[in-house]
Design a protein around this ligand. Structure first.
Ligand code: FAD
Ligand code: NAP
Length: 315
């Protein structure tokens, strides 16, 4: 099937939904393509306490459900598909952009907003893959349930790691946070909660060398740690390990197509969502390695839709 639109929005997280809301209200009849994770990263968390407008914590999945409903209500055509390839070459001036979905459908658009966000990063050691799904996870809200009254470790020192540790402390009997340095980069409020929690302890200056366990069936039993200051190696017994070391932008699709920086984030003009291709805009975590918050993703989603509207009226 062939879809044509004035504005194609790739991704349905906070950035994609907000771009859709603004584009639909501007009469652009947007198409928003869901991708593999409808609603984006906030659908894999629980409490959200810093999205403005709510006195008490709200649930991430609920917030994204509301955003999508709002986008649909104002007239966004939301399509369950994953964009597999794009052609932004515009061989002839004014030729629309094209994208092809996993479904085989093609999308022809006058403007594009890329809002493909980011995905969990892994340590990249072979045993991590071996025990992935068998004790090693990157999502506490998805897999924490399996560790009721068991012992778990969380690897990382940012907001995600601290939140995962606090979440798991409600389920597991013991949580150990493992961090490669001697201080956390997470917000102070999270750190205070973590340090005060009776079930949580921290191992500092340590990196995971290996995930250890039994085979047939694979089952994690311990993590081997190296103290980065002393070089000492220790095995810490655990039933589960949650890797929470940050996220990488979902830009594989755009390599060689659009300008990316050294960390593969889409480069946008200062104070704008414009990419190096006129008519293609980028919003949210895919172009933001500094703030990476739901509210900033929503903010840049709004900017992208407004800039696309201006681009269309100028052409
Ligand atoms: P994402 O939410 O990553 O969404 C990307 C979208 O793009 C997804 O819908 C995906 O399916 C789609 N997509 C990707 N590739 C394709 C493709 N090829 N075709 C079509 N679609 C595609 N922020 C806060 O402000 N407060 C919090 O409390 C908070 N908690 C968090 C907890 C966790 C565990 C995590 C991981 C993040 C948290 N964040 C929080 C950060 C926040 O979730 C992100 O900043 C925000 O989700 C970014 O929105 P986004 O729309 O840019 O991208
Ligand atoms: P992050 O802030 O980039 O933190 C990643 C952590 O993992 C850092 O502590 C880093 O160590 C560590 N790390 C990175 N690579 C590692 C490796 N190979 N081995 C061991 N440790 C490694 O990522 P994040 O915590 O996922 O947060 C991402 C963004 O989402 C942030 O902007 C964050 O504020 C936001 N977020 C917000 C909330 C909230 O507002 N409540 C919740 C979750 C996430 P170093 O410290 O040594 O670099």
């Amino acid at each position: 099937m062939n879809h044509t639109t004035k504005i194609l929005i790739i991704g349905s997280g906070a950035a994609g939904c907000t771009a859709s809301i603004y584009a639909a209200r501007a009469g652009l009849n947007p198409i928003m393509v869901h991708g593999l994770q409808p609603g984006g990263q906030l659908t894999i968390t629980t409490d959200v306490e810093n999205y403005p407008g709510f006195e008490h914590a709200i649930q991430g999945p609920w917030l994204m459900e509301q955003m999508e409903k709002q986008a649909a209500h104002v007239g966004t055509n939301i399509i369950h598909d994953i964009i597999m390839s794009v052609d932004f070459s515009q061989k002839e001036l004014g030729r629309p952009f094209t994208a092809v979905g996993e479904s085989g459908d093609s999308y022809v658009a006058d403007t594009v907003v890329i809002a493909t966000g980011a995905s969990a990063r892994w340590l990249g050691i072979p045993s991590e893959q071996k025990f992935s799904g068998f004790g090693v996870s990157a999502c506490a809200t998805c897999d924490g349930f399996f560790y009721k009254n068991k012992e778990v470790v969380v690897i990382g020192g940012g907001n995600s790691a601290v939140e995962e540790a606090l979440y798991l402390a409600n389920i597991a009997s013991k949580v150990t946070l493992i961090h490669r340095r001697d201080s956390l980069r997470a917000e102070k409020i999270g750190q205070e909660r973590l340090f005060a929690h009776p079930k949580i302890s921290v191992i500092w200056d340590s990196a995971v060398e290996e995930f250890l366990g039994t085979e047939n069936p694979n089952s994690l039993t311990a993590v081997r740690l190296k103290n980065l200051k002393t070089g000492a190696i220790t095995d810490v017994k655990t039933d589960g390990a949650f890797v929470a070391i940050g996220h990488s932008p979902n830009t594989e699709l755009f390599k060689g197509v659009i300008t990316l920086d050294n960390d593969n984030y889409i480069v946008t003009e200062k104070g704008s969502t414009k990419t190096n291709i006129a008519g293609v805009f980028a919003a949210g975590d895919v172009q933001d390695k500094i703030f990476r918050q739901a509210v900033t993703a929503a903010g840049t989603g709004c900017m992208a839709a407004l800039e696309a509207e201006r681009f269309l009226s100028g052409h």
